[in-house]
Design a protein around this ligand. Structure first.
Ligand SMILES: NC(=O)C1=CN([C@@H]2O[C@H](COP(=O)(O)OP(=O)(O)OC[C@H]3O[C@@H](n4cnc5c(N)ncnc54)[C@H](O)[C@@H]3O)[C@@H](O)[C@H]2O)C=CC1
Ligand SMILES: O=C(O)CCC(=O)C(=O)O
Length: 478
């Protein structure tokens, strides 16, 4: 196949702001003959293997000796995920907690892959130190804890698990709706202290009450179905027009939702637009005797305003799973040192405070462990970016076992005019079997499979691509 054949259909890169990168690339070394375990349960497996001819087995690719690949897993990533990564022969270090920034900066310097959950902050400052990092796995839904744009501009892909814990969060919220309506937390606390307090005043069934869902995405829509099954009326507010499930109704404004709902629950991502989305004005717009639940991100609620409105008696219950500042690990204290208002919050009646456990079920954590680790392995070994949250989604059908002297070249580059011409001048002396490229904002991702290459050719290819001014990161997999 000629370069013209191989490049037909390639998107032409568009102009950008000409970023530069100082990150060194991963060096080449010998490829081991490892096998690549794939979970039959993996939702993506068929998608990324799509196009492989039925008869040929996929050839496992590797970037370099697997024992050289260092992985740091923080925040007690599930065993399922650890097992998948360890089975690749990678060096996997596991910590139960997140790390404070200064320590993280030290630990991240020599790892190629880092796995985190919602707590670890991968800021630009931290990522600047991560000279060998090629990919980040967020073993959760939210990716707000990572500077994903900085990562993309430095060739670091970010993966998450977009919906494996959605059901768990939705179930927690349903439980909280009932628990708040019946003041279960208070009754239980009282009896724990020895006080019998049998009351019905201010305790309600949830049947016939209105649930207002802010953010009707994976979690919000799942919750909608559960709430209707419990006999609730559902209204939702979302910035996007969405199909309402069951008999739920989308309302045009947040104010309309707040004025209609007995229970308000937030399921939006952390964004500048969602910061303090529920503050003093919104509390004024809520019904007297209503309840608030937040299992999204701590920044979404103005907590001092919540404390005031609960003290006033207008809101009669709240459940919070997330906070602006959260402890680094289990056993740490949740005090005013962390959030100034912590003691005031803890002193309120009918408030359920949980330690960010919305997604903390065996089912969710096990599924997330598999999903994210498999995405990491596909990225490290094959360069596949399907599902990445900050990179163009690119894949090529796998090489087959028959294709012996083939390499896969990954060239992550600034999305500026003329790059493909230069890249193809370098690849042009070789037989490019297949090639694809795509861009997302300032960053473009090119993948090409080249046949009939030996070790010295591979080195030349690598060095030539590394020499281009458009380079962000070059990887050669074989
Ligand atoms: N407590 C926990 O353990 C967990 C918390 N989460 C949090 O829940 C959030 C939501 O999760 P998913 O439902 O999976 O996200 P999603 O992305 O599926 O849905 C979010 C919805 O919010 C909407 N939205 C965005 N900005 C909005 C705004 N300003 N006003 C109204 N709607 C807006 C979006 O259009 C989308 O429909 C995550 O971003 C994460 O921060 C997720 C999982 C577990
Ligand atoms: O379980 C976790 O650590 C984080 C859950 C969460 O907030 C998320 O998935 O976004």
């Amino acid at each position: 196949m000629t370069i013209e054949d191989a490049t037909s259909g390639i998107d032409i890169a568009s102009p950008t702001n000409g970023l530069s990168s100082q990150r060194p690339s991963i060096s080449l070394s010998k490829s081991p003959s490892a096998t690549y375990p794939r979970s039959p349960a993996s939702k993506d497996a068929s998608r990324w293997q799509r196009g492989n001819t039925a008869a040929s087995a996929a050839k496992p690719l590797k970037p370099f000796a697997t024992e050289d690949i260092k992985i740091l897993l923080l925040e007690n990533v599930n065993q399922t995920g650890r097992d998948i990564l360890a089975a690749q022969g990678y060096q996997v270090d596991v910590l139960k907690t997140s790390l404070p920034e200064d320590e993280l900066v030290k630990r991240i310097r020599d790892v190629h892959v880092i796995g985190i959950r919602s707590k670890t902050q991968l800021t630009a400052r931290v990522l600047r130190e991560a000279k060998n990092l090629i990919v980040i796995g967020c073993f959760c839904i939210g990716t707000n804890q990572v500077d994903t744009q900085y990562a993309a501009k430095h060739g670091i892909a970010v993966f998450n698990s977009p919906f494996s814990n959605s059901r768990s969060v939705a179930e927690l919220v349903i439980a909280e709706v009932i628990a708040l309506a019946r003041q279960l937390g208070d009754r239980s606390n009282e009896l724990h202290k020895g006080t019998w307090n049998k009351v019905s005043s201010g305790c309600w069934e949830i049947r016939g009450k209105t649930l207002g869902i802010i953010g009707y995405g994976h979690i919000g829509s799942q919750l909608s179905v559960l709430a209707e099954a419990m006999g609730m009326t559902v209204v939702f507010y979302d910035v996007v027009n969405l199909m309402a499930l069951g008999t739920a109704k989308q309302v045009p404004t947040l104010e309309t939702l707040l004025g209609a709902a007995d229970f308000v629950t937030c399921h939006v991502p952390e964004l500048p637009e969602t910061h303090n989305m529920i503050g003093r004005l919104q509390f004024e717009q809520m019904k007297h005797g209503s309840y608030l639940i937040n299992a999204s991100r701590g920044s979404v609620i103005d907590i001092p305003a919540l404390i005031d409105v609960m003290r006033s008696g207008k809101l009669v219950g709240a459940a919070l799973d997330v906070y602006p500042a959260e402890p680094g690990g289990n056993g740490d204290y949740f005090t005013s040192d962390l959030n100034l208002w912590a003691e005031d919050l803890r002193s309120l009646k009918n408030i359920i405070l949980t330690p960010h456990i919305g997604g903390s079920t065996e089912e969710a954590q096990s599924a997330i462990g598999i999903e994210v680790s498999e995405a990491l392995v596909r990225y490290v070994n094959e360069g596949c970016t399907l599902g990445a949250v900050n990179m163009p989604e690119v894949n090529l059908r796998s090489l087959t076992m028959e294709e012996e002297n083939h390499v896969r070249v990954i060239y992550i580059h600034h999305n500026v005019p003329g790059v493909l011409k230069k890249v193809n001048e370098i690849l042009g002396d070789h037989n490019v079997d297949k090639q694809t490229t795509d861009s997302r904002g300032d960053v473009a991702y090119l993948m090409a499979d080249i046949s009939d290459v030996n070790a010295s050719v591979i080195k030349d290819l690598y060095q030539s691509l590394e020499g281009l001014s458009s380079r962000i990161m070059t990887r050669v997999l074989y």
